[in-house]
Each structure stands twice: as structure tokens, then as C-alpha cells.
Design a protein around this ligand. Sequence first.
Ligand code: AP5
Ligand code: MG
Length: 215
Amino acid sequence: MRLILLGPPGAGKGTQAKFLVDSYGIPQLSTGDMLREAVAAGTEVGRKAKAVMDAGKLVSDDIMNAIIDERIGKEDCARGFILDGFPRTLEQADALGDMLQRRGSGLDHVVCLEVDDDALVERISGRYTCANCGEGYHDSFKKPASEGVCDRCGSTEFKRRKDDNPETLKTRLFAYYKDTAPLIGYYHAKGLLKRIDGMGDIGDITAAIRKVLDS
Ligand code: AP5
Ligand code: MG
């Protein structure tokens, strides 16, 4: 199954992708995570992307298309993948269509998570992750079972993203509505779009997505 998770910053793309990885046995391809790894490793892509990401703007289509073209050609994507954070512009969406056509495949679903702006701000302001395994948490909505200890790996080190501040979030939301939201109409026209109410409980949203994917 080849699936896109679409939605604004903080909509729950990463949260839901993690559950879908377990359910469907296909990898999560998060372009945000890939770029953050490149920044941490100090690669050429990381050096180019750092200032752009810190400002909440979009990294160039050329860089992003090349990253995804290479990644979906890997062995673990043979049975499908979950795209989280890509495509983000109409140009990226066209490029993805070409990449898949070249490989004789195509998309199965585009799931759009719909969340109010106020909730996005709340979710992003409270978000943190395990510094060791990357498991995601939230100050109010998803705390570790034992305070200060990661549920998944037991680490006691956590981190927050540099772009998760109110000022940068404004720029990220602007970029979403200007450049990424047009993809909703684009995929609707292709008959691939499934809208999911992203305002409920995390588990209920996973169930709603699974229902759409399994129907
Ligand atoms: P990226 O990492 O993709 O960030 P984003 O799109 O802004 O999305 P987030 O990761 O912030 O949100 P999410 O939807 O994954 O939410 P999450 O599940 O964590 O991109 C970062 C940057 O990289 C971009 O700004 C850009 O510069 C660059 N970039 C990446 N891809 C690019 C591309 N293709 N082209 C160009 N540039 C690119 O949830 C958020 C919080 O809410 C968590 O704490 C979670 O626990 C909580 N939560 C989740 N669901 C719920 C719920 N239902 N109820 C309550 N809390 C919830
Ligand atoms: Mg994410």
C-alpha cells in the first residue's frame, strides 16, 4: 500500500504514521525526520536545509524530490510506504507521480487529517520526543506511563524541536495554507483523497484511518 498522510503542522501525521507502520508492515517516510537527521549529521543537504527549517519555510523541491526518489527505490519500500510530510507542493506532487509511474506503480490513498488551527498550536507547543528512540509525547495529551521515562525504550532523555515555537509555527502554517493545502484539491480530482476528522482521541483517529484504508 502506498499512502500519503497530508495535514498541517501538528495534525498528527507522525503520530498516526507510527501506528500504521505496525498495522501494515510498511515504512514511514518522514521527510522532516530525514532532514533533521541530515542537519544533525552535518551533510550537504543538512547544511542547506538548516536555516530554512529553523525559519519554518520549505526546503527546495529539487532537494526533496531527490531524497524521496532515492528512498522509495529501497528494498523496504517494495511493498509500499507511508509518506509523512511529502509531497508539500504541487511540483513535488507531480514529481512523485512521475517517480511512481517510472516504477510501474501508483498511489493507493491520500489521507488528509483535518485539525483546527487552535488545536495545532496547542499540540505543537506541548510536543516532545524521546532523544534515544524518537517516540513522540505531549505535555498534556500523551505523557509517558511513568513520568520522565520513555515507554518504548526506557530512556530518560527527551528533546523538543527548534521549530516548535509560536513565531516559527506562524510561518509553517502560512507555508501549509499557501503551498500544501492546494494538494487537497489536486488529490481530490484524482479520486484519491480521504478526509479524516483529526480532532478526536489519538486511538479513535487511528481506527478511522484504518477503516478507510481497509474498506
Ligand atoms: P515536518 O517534520 O514534516 O513538520 P510538520 O509538517 O510541520 O509537521 P509536524 O511534524 O510538526 O506535525 P505532525 O503532523 O507530524 O504532528 P505530530 O504527530 O508530531 O517538517 C519540518 C520542516 O522540514 C518543514 O517546516 C520544512 O522546513 C521541512 N520539510 C519537511 N518536508 C518537506 C518537504 N516535503 N518539502 C519542503 N520542506 C520540507 O503531533 C503533534 C503533537 O500533537 C504530538 O505531541 C502528539 O503527541 C500530539 N497529538 C497528535 N495527535 C493528537 C490528537 N489526536 N490529540 C491530541 N494530541 C495529539
Ligand atoms: Mg511530524
